[in-house]
Design a protein around this ligand. Structure first.
Ligand code: DX5
Ligand code: ZN
Length: 217
């Protein structure tokens, strides 16, 4: 089964992000996963629109922007302008989730919804027509290098069933957190189409080997 690999630059050297993005592009990444954290929704702070715009200059790959921020509706236009192709917001961070997703699509980006490990897939039930992607978090967001929560595989299967039953087969499921070559196969079998990996890819002998070992034969 074909799977796309989206390396997370959270594990890169933040003093050399341009070079990291170029290296990942040359190593065969399908998308570049950019983790935006606000120090409120999650206990960590990363980058904002100006840094995203700077990264944009270093790759032609789609920028997959994961917003771990409160009130994302206040800044999604800035992330789109900075070059985001996919914008994913957390269901837990949106008071008016359907409105925010519509806003993302109206800006011309693909709209994603992320679910924390403790959030049920039922949170998606009334926005199935408004999404292009579901991001199943397989760790609690905030940091790279955490251990994979194994119940995520079951959640991926439940989300896949929900999407298929609603006639939304084209919606991709992306999994983020603790992804390695040991759990990739199960995730893809359950219905994941995009795997995010940070520490696994950056600790592989080469970025290319890390990316290739996540592709399911
Ligand atoms: C976690 C981030 C992830 C993180 C994944 O909050 O959303 O994208 O970079 O890192 P690993 O693959 O190391 O768990
Ligand atoms: Zn992420």
């Amino acid at each position: 089964m074909f799977v796309q690999v989206a390396p997370s630059i959270l594990s890169a050297d933040f003093a050399a992000l341009g070079r990291a993005v170029e290296e990942l592009t040359n190593a065969g990444a399908d998308l570049i996963h950019v983790d935006v954290m606000d120090g409120r929704f999650v206990p960590n702070l990363t980058i904002g629109p100006p840094v995203l715009a700077a990264i944009r200059e270093h790759t032609n790959l789609p920028l997959d922007v994961h917003l771990m921020i409160e009130e994302p509706e206040r800044s999604i236009a800035d992330y789109r302008k900075a070059g985001a192709d996919v914008i994913t917001v957390h269901a837990e961070a949106c008071k008016h989730l359907q409105r925010t997703l519509t806003m993302i699509r109206d800006l011309g980006a693909e709209a994603g919804v992320a679910l924390n490990p403790a959030t049920s897939e039922h949170a998606l039930q009334y926005v199935l027509d408004d999404i292009d992607l579901v991001l199943v978090m397989s760790v609690n967001p905030g940091f790279g290098g955490q251990s994979f929560i194994s119940s995520s595989v079951h959640k991926v299967a439940n989300v896949r069933k929900m999407l298929n039953d609603a006639g939304r087969r084209a919606v991709q499921i992306e999994v983020d957190g603790g992804v390695t070559a040991s759990n990739a196969q199960n995730l893809v079998t359950a219905g994941a189409g995009i795997l995010v990996a940070g520490s696994y890819i950056f600790s592989a002998p080469t970025l290319g080997e890390g990316i290739r070992s996540l592709r399911i034969k």
